[in-house]
Design a protein around this ligand. Structure first.
Ligand SMILES: [Zn+2]
Length: 123
């Protein structure tokens, strides 16, 4: 298995990561704007208030996931600069390019990711 990724792949991943980061930042900004508009509309009976709270919770969860993704994307971009992109942060093994193509900002290889998600399955 190749240790270092070829320059063409690396440039491609960098492009994807920057694109995704822009997308996430735009999404977060739009969500903010929508929430602002919503709060101006009739705050009438309890049902309206309840559904508004739901939306706020959903937005909060979305924002948390987006923040995690954004952090991972920023780290991935930093790793490209440092030439360590594509290595698992846990076991230091090379993450297969196929996995990076699916989730280009992933920090871990499949094995470490599974262990992190299901610690009880650890052998
Ligand atoms: Zn690993």
């Amino acid at each position: 298995m190749e240790i270092t990724m070829n320059k063409k792949d690396l440039a491609n991943f960098k492009k994807i990561l920057i694109q995704k980061r822009t997308e996430l930042l735009n999404k977060t900004n739009n969500a903010h704007r929508e929430m602002d508009t919503d709060s101006d509309i009739n705050v009438g009976d309890e049902i309206d208030t309840a559904s508004q709270n739901n939306e706020k919770e959903m937005y909060f969860e979305l924002a948390v996931n987006d923040k995690i993704a954004l952090d991972a994307i920023n780290d991935a971009l930093a790793k490209i600069e440092k030439n360590t992109y594509g290595k698992c942060e846990c076991c230091n093994n090379i993450i297969p390019v196929e996995r990076l193509k699916a989730i280009s900002w992933t920090r871990y290889c499949v094995q470490c990711q599974e262990e992190a998600e299901n610690p009880k399955n650890k052998k």
